[in-house]
Structures are given as C-alpha cells and as structure tokens.
Design a protein around this ligand. Structure first.
Ligand SMILES: CC(C)(COP(=O)(O)OP(=O)(O)OC[C@H]1O[C@@H](n2cnc3c(N)ncnc32)[C@H](O)[C@@H]1OP(=O)(O)O)[C@@H](O)C(=O)NCCC(=O)NCCS
Length: 140
C-alpha cells in the first residue's frame, strides 16, 4: 500500500510540530473523549508516541499510541479533520505510526473503533483473536 501523502501534506512526529490546541478542540467534542480538558489532552500526548499530518503548517490529522516498545501498543485518538477526509490520510497516518521505531517491533497492537473498521482492516488489523481472554477496568 502506498504511504505517499497527497501534495501539500507532511507527516510530523514531534510535539513541537503538532497543534495541541487543535487536537484538543477536536477531541473534546468527539464521542470517545467528550469533555477532555486541554490539560488532560496535553498530558496524554506527552506520554504517548504522537504522529500527525499537517497541511500548510496546520493540523489535518492526528493519532497517538501508548506502548512498552516490546509486547504491546494501544492506538488512541485517531482522527482526520473534516476538510481533509476521504483522501486516505487516516490509513497512511496509522501505517506511519505503527512503523515508528517505538512501535515497529511490538508484538500486539490494539485499538478500539465504533465504526471505522474499514480504515484498519487493510493494514492487517482483525477482530481480537481471543476476545474471551481480554479484560478491562472501567472508571467513571
Ligand atoms: C474515520 C476517519 C479517521 C477516516 O479518515 P479518512 O482519512 O477520511 O479515511 P481514509 O480516506 O483513510 O479512508 C480509508 C478507508 O476507510 C474507509 N472509511 C473512512 N471513514 C470511515 C468510517 N467512518 N467508517 C468506515 N469506513 C471508513 C474509507 O472508505 C476507506 O476505505 P476504502 O479505501 O476501502 O474506500 C475520519 O472520518 C474521522 O476522523 N472520523 C471522526 C473520528 C473517528 O471516528 N475516528 C476513528 C476512531 S477509531
């Protein structure tokens, strides 16, 4: 699969190049991070491997992962801003994220999605192979 971004788009991999305010504006209105504060967003980004796509210096797409670099990585907060959708950016961004040195050798990469499964299946993601073994602790 091609990971060549459309003209005018660039990958950025450092927090200095990522517009955290724009990430916060999107996430705090999203179905999965509703109401997340600016401080919480910044803290989560500082503790994650973050990647984004910028267009003319402005945020177009974002994704992050928490990982131990060996056994597990979990991908969170994947989004493409509405003006930049349907150009393949989300797939290219996730492909870029899982190729980052921190994630490249990790054995199991997980994520949750309500309705965007099609973005990930082409990258090799499947439904959990042993869902009965997974557990989670939820907090309000
Ligand atoms: C879902 C989202 C990230 C897709 O971004 P995108 O850059 O427009 O997607 P792409 O152009 O890379 O599309 C890749 C594939 O996924 C499919 N796809 C895109 N959005 C989809 C969606 N909401 N549901 C199901 N499939 C979707 C596309 O049809 C395409 O498949 P194809 O190549 O077989 O036609 C974007 O619509 C978004 O940010 N939505 C709001 C936030 C969200 O739901 N994030 C997902 C959290 S897991």
């Amino acid at each position: 699969m091609s990971s060549e971004l459309p003209s005018g788009y660039v990958f950025v991999d450092t927090l200095e190049q990522i517009d955290i305010d724009a990430v916060h504006v999107f996430l705090t209105a999203s179905y999965w991070a509703l109401g997340r504060t600016r401080v919480q967003v910044e803290r989560s980004l500082q503790r994650s491997v973050c990647v984004a796509v910028n267009h003319n210096g402005a945020l177009a797409a974002f994704a992050r992962s928490v990982t131990d670099g060996i056994a597990v990585a979990h991908i969170n907060d994947v989004f493409v801003l509405p003006a930049h959708r349907r150009r393949g950016l989300s797939r290219m961004l996730v492909q870029h994220l899982i190729a980052r040195p921190e994630l490249a050798d990790v054995k199991k990469v997980t994520l949750n999605t309500r309705d965007a499964h099609g973005v990930y299946t082409a990258l090799g993601f499947t439904a959990p192979v042993h869902p009965q073994t997974a557990m989670e602790l939820r907090r309000p």
